[in-house]
Design a protein around this ligand. Structure first.
Ligand SMILES: CC(C)(COP(=O)(O)OP(=O)(O)OC[C@H]1O[C@@H](n2cnc3c(N)ncnc32)[C@H](O)[C@@H]1OP(=O)(O)O)[C@@H](O)C(=O)NCCC(=O)NCCS
Length: 325
């Protein structure tokens, strides 16, 4: 990186005093000191924001030259492993192309590994693939993105209460050959363990772990939607994980995760679309400015035609097999 006789550079976690060191200028944000400290102390416990600080010996001056975030999502898939989302990678204009971004990303990859994550993922345009490939990311998947422009004005959102997710009324779904069935989308519940939710998720966690997950992980910013038919059989699930960003003026960002359908009972064109639409409704009602969903299987891409605004981003990943349970 940039370290030389006159300058020392170190990577560390964001501190409250970084407001004074110009953190908001670094990310071109207009948040106030009150919003910054509120975010820092309370709201975003899942976000680990890192900065690169440079110290110039001759002038005795410190400044922040780069930042990136590890947003940690607790999963029920893969045992109870965690997933690290690498977000908000930003190097100031004067420090680019000197290895700073690569060093920071390498550091965060090791942080994610040591936090027990089974995988780290990042989303970018394909023009940035070279940068992420240079740091070890690969296995690209197509990302579907929905933008909610009305929700960009998020700066005063701290005091807005978010209503609890109540679920949908019954949907009448045409399956094929004129056959109709009903389905409902609702919040996950402890009885879903017996109904086979872990099988749907490809997970083998015990009931105790499942209940702990419901109690401690699920909530306002982590909503697991479950779709069931008229007889109470599970048809599918999708998780809405909400991250508040320092970039975009503390707006909220929705990661749509773990879309699983029981393909013996449900199909992507009808049930999958309803589930995704409901996840987008949840993201919108929780004032997210954007929702992203990566498709592990590109063959399902056409099923979701017209539901998203763009699909030119890619998600790449690095696996940590030593953390698989
Ligand atoms: C993208 C960014 C983080 C790169 O940081 P950086 O410190 O300039 O990158 P590095 O100097 O560590 O470069 C590492 C490698 O990536 C390549 N690289 C850097 N920027 C690149 C870019 N914009 N496009 C393609 N490749 C790039 C370098 O050539 C280098 O390749 P090499 O290892 O084969 O020599 C920085 O340009 C930035 O902050 N951009 C604006 C914000 C942004 O786009 N963030 C990414 C959000 S997904």
């Amino acid at each position: 990186m940039l370290t030389s006789r006159d300058e020392t550079v170190r990577i560390r976690k964001l501190c409250p005093m970084d407001f004074k060191l110009g953190f908001t200028e670094l990310i071109s944000s207009t948040v106030t000191v009150r919003q910054f400290t509120r975010f820092f102390y309370g709201i975003c416990t899942q976000s680990n924001v890192y900065v690169v600080e440079s110290y110039e010996r001759t002038t005795n001056k410190k400044k922040l030259i780069a930042t990136a975030t590890l947003f940690i999502e607790e999963k029920t898939t893969h045992g109870l492993c965690r997933l690290a989302h690498l977000e908000n990678v930003f190097v100031c204009a004067q420090s680019r192309r000197k290895g700073c971004g690569k060093t920071l990303v390498h550091f965060l990859i090791e942080e994610a590994r040591s936090m027990g994550c089974y995988k780290i993922i990042c989303t970018s345009t394909s023009s940035l693939s070279h940068f992420y490939n240079a740091t070890g990311f690969n296995e690209p998947h197509c990302v579907q993105t929905k933008i909610f422009p009305e929700n960009f004005q998020a700066i005063n959102m701290f005091d807005a209460a978010t209503p609890k997710y109540e679920g949908t009324k019954k949907h009448l779904v045409k399956i094929h050959d004129g056959i109709e069935s009903t389905c409902v989308i609702r919040n996950i519940h402890s009885r879903d363990y017996d109904a086979g939710i872990t099988r749907l998720l490809g997970s083998r966690i015990s009931r105790d772990f499942f209940e702990a997950y419901l109690e401690h992980v699920c909530g306002e910013n982590h909503i697991v939607l479950v779709m069931e038919d008229g007889e109470g059989r599970l048809l599918g699930t999708c998780t809405v994980v909400i991250e508040r960003k320092f970039t975009h003026g503390l707006c909220k960002f929705c990661h749509m995760e773990d879309l699983f359908l029981d393909t013996d009972q449900a199909c992507h064109d009808t049930h999958g679309r309803l589930l995704i639409q409901e996840a987008l409704n949840v993201a919108y009602s929780r004032q997210c400015y954007r929702a992203d969903m990566a498709l592990a299987d590109d063959r399902t891409l056409t099923c979701y035609d017209g539901m998203f605004d763009r699909n030119d981003l890619i998600q790449q990943s690095i696996l940590f097999p030593e953390n698989f349970v």
